[in-house]
Design a protein around this ligand. Structure first.
Ligand SMILES: [Zn+2]
Length: 145
């Protein structure tokens, strides 16, 4: 969420609130093995559009010993699904975090190119995983409102 806030160039101010039932965006860690990495479902909270976001943190990467690859998959999934929660739709551009695998890109390489930027988990803070187009679309979306 901090990555999206930074990308919004001041258009979005996101904050954690004490009461989960009032949150417009709610991220849930879930278990499952249906092939999905995550999902965002629209909700309305006090008349404002929001989303329930579900992410599978226990995803097993192709190389099970690579914990940073697992962290990569979980982070990029969170980023993609919270992007939906903020109103962003899919794109067909492989560079974008809002890219959809429905367009048939190389899923392994999609995650691996981000993974190659990491030497430690804390490096995730240094690499947003967004493209310039993701940022442009976010700012455009939230400027129009
Ligand atoms: Zn999606």
């Amino acid at each position: 969420m901090e990555a999206w806030q930074t990308a919004s160039a001041g258009k979005l101010t996101l904050q954690k609130i004490a009461e989960p039932g009032k949150a417009q965006i709610r991220v849930h860690w879930v278990n499952g093995n249906d092939g999905l990495f995550g999902e965002a479902r629209p909700i309305v909270v006090d008349g404002v559009r929001g989303a329930e976001v579900y992410v599978l943190p226990a995803v097993v990467p192709p190389d099970e010993t690579d914990t940073l690859l697992r962290e990569t998959i979980v982070y990029l999934t969170c980023l993609h699904e919270t992007g939906h929660a903020l109103g962003l739709a899919h794109t067909a551009a492989f560079a974008d975090i809002m890219y959809s695998f429905q367009y048939g890109g190389d899923i392994t390489e999609y995650f691996a190119r981000y993974r190659r930027q990491l030497s430690a988990r804390s490096d995730i803070r240094k690499h947003s995983g967004m493209s310039d187009e993701d940022r442009r679309r976010l700012v455009e979306l939230w400027t129009a409102k």
